[in-house]
Design a protein around this ligand. Structure first.
Ligand code: 13P
Length: 237
């Protein structure tokens, strides 16, 4: 099965840089490539060469919520949305309850959620990674009719550090996630995020059960992301 590559540009790139980015990635067909830029650039980046993902969204459809963009507004532009990214949970106090409401709104608006889960450094030290991940998934999905979902396992301690878990630990977590998520839907994928780069992307994509990757920092340069994309297409079947 072909791997999925999601590029989370976070709060990076100016409009000039985005224009160059679009120009580069539109030079080839980017099947199963999902781009998550700042909300500001989503309309501009609409393309038939790749798919779009929002980095966030608000769960109320419309109203007096200055500064927010609802999933209802996003649905004509994106197919996916990141939900519960650790940067939102930690920097913007996104609670389990808010994450759950966002999943509801995605379902309602037919946006495929990319639910981000993963343990921090302390939880890892205390061997609580499985408890954390199950809590994050169950609280987000319980009592819901999920059509399709992507779970992104992103250990917080690995993000932006250059460190990644042992491949067997990724595989074990992947199996663990699979056993939880399959109770909610048969239509799921599991991807890995956290310091994915051109050196480790192949090995990560070859881990049993991993359907793709979520890339942060290494996706900011369009040439780099195209290289990683082409390498995966070539070496991982
Ligand atoms: P890095 O790839 O920069 O570690 O970021 C991972 C991430 O947060 C993707 O959502």
């Amino acid at each position: 099965m072909e791997k999925i590559i999601v590029a989370n540009l976070k709060m990076n790139l100016t409009f000039d840089e985005i224009k160059k980015y679009k120009n580069e990635i539109e030079k080839q067909e980017m099947r199963n490539f999902i781009l998550a830029p700042s909300t500001l650039y989503l309309s501009y980046l609409k393309s038939d060469k790749y798919e779009l993902c929002s980095q966030n969204g608000y769960y109320v459809d419309s109203g007096a919520f200055t500064g927010e963009t609802s999933f209802k507004q996003l649905k004509d532009i994106v197919n996916y949305s990141l939900i519960g990214h650790s940067e939102r949970r930690n920097n913007f106090n996104e609670s389990y309850e808010i994450v759950s409401k966002k999943i509801d709104s995605c379902i309602e608006n037919k946006i495929i959620p990319i639910l981000c889960v993963g343990e921090n450094e302390i939880e890892k030290k205390d061997n609580l990674q499985y408890d954390k991940v199950s809590k994050e998934i169950i609280s987000a999905l319980k009592n819901k009719k999920i059509d399709k979902i992507i779970i992104a396992y992103e250990p917080i301690w690995a993000m932006g550090t250059g460190n990644i878990p042992k491949y067997e630990d990724i595989e074990n977590m992947c199996n663990y996630i699979k056993n939880i998520v399959k109770k909610y839907t048969k239509n799921y994928k599991i991807i890995y995020g956290g310091s994915v780069n051109s050196k480790n992307i192949i090995d990560i994509c070859k881990v049993n059960g991993i359907d793709g990757v979520l890339i942060g920092g290494a996706s900011n340069d369009p040439k780099n992301i195209i290289d990683m994309y082409n390498t995966v297409k070539k070496y991982v079947k």
